[in-house]
Design a protein around this ligand. Sequence first.
Ligand code: NDP
Ligand code: AKB
Length: 264
Amino acid sequence: MSGNGSKTAVVTGVSSRFGAAYARRLAERGHDLILVGRNEGRIKSAMADVIEHSGVDVQILVADLGNAAQLAKVEERLRADESVDMLVNAAGAAKFAPSPGFDPKATDEQIALNVTAPTRLSVAALSGMARRGRGTIINVSSAMAFWIQPVSSVYSATKSYVLTFTQALQQELAGSGVTIQAVIPGAMSTGFWDGSGVELSTFPDENVMSPEDAVDAALAGLDAGEAVTIPSLVNISDWQAFERARDTLSPILSRAVPADRYVH
Ligand SMILES: NC(=O)C1=CN([C@@H]2O[C@H](COP(=O)(O)OP(=O)(O)OC[C@H]3O[C@@H](n4cnc5c(N)ncnc54)[C@H](OP(=O)(O)O)[C@@H]3O)[C@@H](O)[C@H]2O)C=CC1
Ligand SMILES: CC(=O)[C@H](N)C(=O)O
């Protein structure tokens, strides 16, 4: 915890191939690791190669990010540990269902994990990073922030939140030395789909990326200085057109009088 030149990445969701691929790549880049998850055994199993052979320092912080007290424990570590120079908010989950079938507890859990946790962890990490004038936060959104489906209301909304929150932080921290990236993966072959209410097999193979490829693309985007990286998107001009459309719309959404079509 000395901050004496060491660099440490805190990564959530590492018991999945996606979060594990992030942690593995960051270890290869020389980061010590703090791996966050609910189950130490699952983390050790997913990260055995890194723990045993990478040579970097690996610590495991057991926490259910949907539990307020346990989330606070991770926040406290992020605030206290001066060596933390990267946070990857990869943990996330979906329950796909039409809204009348929502289980209130499962809905709350999804919002807590996908929205509250990355928000609180980002803010906790940012205070020290901004003071030190360096650091990186990676927040994982989803193609389903855009590909809104009848069964995806809560999940799509949580992932829209992640993107909007991240883009607002990018504005706030511009020029601070802190890098903040949003990553927007499409469908990936992970355990995400098990019990989600949608089968991965419903997607054609050509629409499903390996989590390792998605992470490598996301890190290439980070290295290239992208604020938003969409591993599957062939033409970056399509994203730029979307952003331009929003920039056009934003300044015309607030006026003293209603638009003519609403005035009779
Ligand atoms: N897979 C896909 O097709 C896509 C996924 N995404 C997003 O990518 C990210 C990674 O998803 P993916 O790895 O595929 O999903 P998985 O379901 O495979 O893994 C989810 C990870 O989150 C962890 N997790 C779940 N609940 C909690 C909790 N309450 N507290 C702490 N950790 C928890 C799990 O750990 P454990 O259960 O061991 O505690 C696991 O490591 C998510 O944010 C997801 O929304 C975006 C686009 C597509
Ligand atoms: C189809 C997808 O992109 C995936 N469900 C996700 O966004 O989480």
